[in-house]
Write a protein that binds this ligand. Structure first.
Ligand SMILES: Nc1ncnc2c1ncn2[C@@H]1O[C@H](COP(=O)(O)OP(=O)(O)O)[C@@H](O)[C@H]1O
Ligand SMILES: [Mg+2]
Length: 226
């Protein structure tokens, strides 16, 4: 048995398929994985190996067909939708592939978005957002729209948004996939800083230059952790 006090996340025999009949794709075929608080983990594997599906299960965007997902010792799968949304917004910051920013909102509004579901007042939200924008060095772009930004600036906005609710765990899907190597280094140093500040970080990548920043590499092949 794992020590539940140190294991932040435990997956046991997680399975997920898409489609039916002949078209069924077995994206995850029985994943077992434990992640400790404060780890910075790279999930690596070929395209189609199940990396994004695994991250989406961890971020509760996709529900596993089988298996157990424990977060701080509590069973996550089987939670009701409302409980699940509350858990997700409190505990998990998700950085989706290609940023997934809203183009009709400013940088400030994008980062403020996750805060508006809580009960915070407007001044508290503004203070929090401005702090994050300064931390991520994107404050001067606060009134710009995503289409006016560089890739690196979009990624910093997406990271600020993921940090808005001060989550314990940060999940990022190919966060530097479309960035040049200098911007990649800046972004990865930001992840390291967040990790040193206590965040547990899980990054999907197929780049060794990215996994080199992490303190553990998990390899996934054909829907199984190797
Ligand atoms: N929503 C979906 N519907 C159908 N098939 C999917 C879906 N999401 C992923 N898949 C399939 O599951 C497999 C694993 O995909 P994915 O987790 O995205 O891999 P990776 O991120 O490693 O490239 C692939 O064969 C992919 O086509
Ligand atoms: Mg993927």
């Amino acid at each position: 048995m794992e020590d539940k006090l140190t294991e932040k996340i435990v997956l046991r025999n997680i399975k997920k398929s898409f489609g039916t009949g002949d078209r069924t794709v077995h994206a995850l075929q029985g994943v077992n994985l434990s992640i400790k608080e404060g780890e910075m983990v790279a999930v690596m594997g070929k395209s189609g190996s199940g990396k994004s599906t695994l991250l989406n299960v961890l971020g509760c965007l996709v529900q596993a067909d089988e298996g157990e997902y424990l977060f701080e010792g509590s069973l996550i799968n089987g939670m009701r939708q409302k409980q699940l949304s509350a858990f997700r917004s409190r505990k998990i910051g998700f950085i989706l592939q290609y940023y997934a920013l809203l183009d009709d909102r400013t940088v400030f509004q994008n980062v403020a978005l996750p805060l508006q579901y809580g009960r915070k007042n407007k001044d508290d939200i503004a203070a929090r957002v401005e702090g994050l924008l300064r931390q991520l060095e994107i404050y001067d772009k606060r009134n710009n729209h995503p289409y006016e930004l560089s890739g690196g600036q979009c990624q910093r906005t997406a990271i600020a948004r993921a940090l808005a609710n001060n989550p314990d765990v940060i999940l990022a899907d190919e966060p530097t996939g479309s960035l040049d190597s200098r911007t990649e280094a800046t972004i990865m140093e930001m992840f390291q800083q967040m990790n040193r500040a206590g965040k547990t970080i899980i990054i999907v990548t197929h780049d060794k230059s990215v996994s080199d920043y992490c303190n553990r590499v998990v390899v996934i092949k054909d829907g199984l952790v190797q």
